[in-house]
Design a protein around this ligand. Structure first.
Ligand code: SF4
Length: 337
């Protein structure tokens, strides 16, 4: 799997710097009161490799944090575009106000190239999946605890240094931002990275329902996008996750993720959804982002509210999974897991 994750492995081997370190070392000049439009123009220039000012006291990462904070005044971090002022304590659809961490630990159950993965689980989510396997986290945005960004950065640093020299190498290979979904916590994540020093890849583990603006802000920060591509049909997405324009938004963001990082796509095969969802999703990957790694997942369980939905009220059948797996193999996808 070295080729689809070439940049990731180069960071692990110390041959490249993680993108967030590059972003923080790019000096650009802007004022804290810069109008939005001008701030985005400076951002575009910087992302195109222009506008560096050696003596500037502000960095590209500082600008990204400022622009994220502006978005939160009329929140459109995700495509629900609630428009609430989260900085004034208003709750949008996800219910997240301040970032609450439900747990952070060394995850050994992710895809083999990612393990061990220092995983940070945020409370709350932008989706309402009736089958959510993490519903205890995703439906309680006020659960868990707030850690100041520099405290979490210190925990990351200590994990990164503390694993070296042990009998089994328990040094995390990445920081894995997940939930629920990490999207409502983008500003906080950038603030954590402002205090980090470790050359460690950053993984964005998400449902990929971000706004265009959030995707633009992730560019130059995230090394690997570990995505969920659940549905091949907007009707299924509306009925089971309460989201609109799913295929348009999520496919758009996958294209952007593949252009600005490396991608591992997860697809959870669900009972009775092989024809309407699994096959169209795998076909799309094959056509549009064939270099990505793909994990066709069989671990569906009818949790949370799934028992109320006849089509998904049972575990996945063996035949259904094999049909999905064989379809992926026929397409020649880079399968992992
Ligand atoms: S992140 Fe939350 S508040 Fe912001 S647009 Fe999405 S659902 Fe609404």
């Amino acid at each position: 799997v070295a080729e689809p994750l070439e940049n990731y492995y180069a960071i692990l081997r110390g041959r490249r710097r993680a993108r967030y370190l590059e972003c923080r070392s790019r000096k650009i000049s802007f004022s804290r009161t810069v109008p939005d439009e001008e701030g985005w123009r400076i951002h575009r220039e910087a992302m195109a490799g222009r506008g560096e000012v050696e003596e500037a006291e502000t960095s590209l990462l500082d600008l990204k944090i400022l622009l994220t904070a502006r978005i939160m005044h009329r929140c459109h971090l995700c495509e629900r575009r609630c428009g609430v002022d989260r900085t004034a304590g208003e709750r949008g659809h996800c219910g997240v106000i301040e970032p609450r961490i439900s747990s952070d630990f060394l995850h050994m159950g992710e895809e083999p190239p990612l393990v061990p993965s220092y995983t940070v689980f945020f409370s709350g989510c932008t989706f309402d999946c009736v089958f959510c396997q993490n519903w205890d986290i995703s439906t309680r945005p006020e659960g868990g605890m707030y850690l100041p960004p520099e405290v979490l950065a210190d925990r990351i640093e200590r994990r990164f240094r503390g694993g070296e020299g042990r009998p089994f190498d328990m040094t995390p290979r990445n920081v894995n931002w997940v939930g629920g979904d990490p999207t409502p916590n983008l500003r906080y994540i950038l603030q954590v990275l402002q205090s980090c020093r470790a050359n460690i890849p950053q993984v964005w583990n998400s449902n990929m329902y971000l706004s265009r603006e959030s995707m633009d802000l992730l560019e130059g920060v995230i090394d690997v996008y570990l995505t969920d591509f659940k549905y091949g049909s907007d009707d299924c997405a509306r009925r089971l996750s309460n989201v609109k324009r799913y295929t348009e938004v999520v496919s758009r963001n996958h294209l952007q993720a593949a252009a600005q990082g490396e991608v591992i796509v997860r697809h959870l095969v669900m009972p009775n959804h092989v024809e309407c969802c699994t096959k169209p999703v795998l076909d799309w990957i094959s056509e549009h982002i064939p270099d990505s790694l793909v994990n066709v997942m069989r671990q569906y369980r009818p949790l949370h509210l799934a028992g109320d939905y006849e089509d998904i009220a049972r575990p996945l059948g063996h035949r259904e999974f094999m049909e999905a797996q064989c379809h992926a193999e026929r397409l020649g996808l880079n399968l992992v897991g």
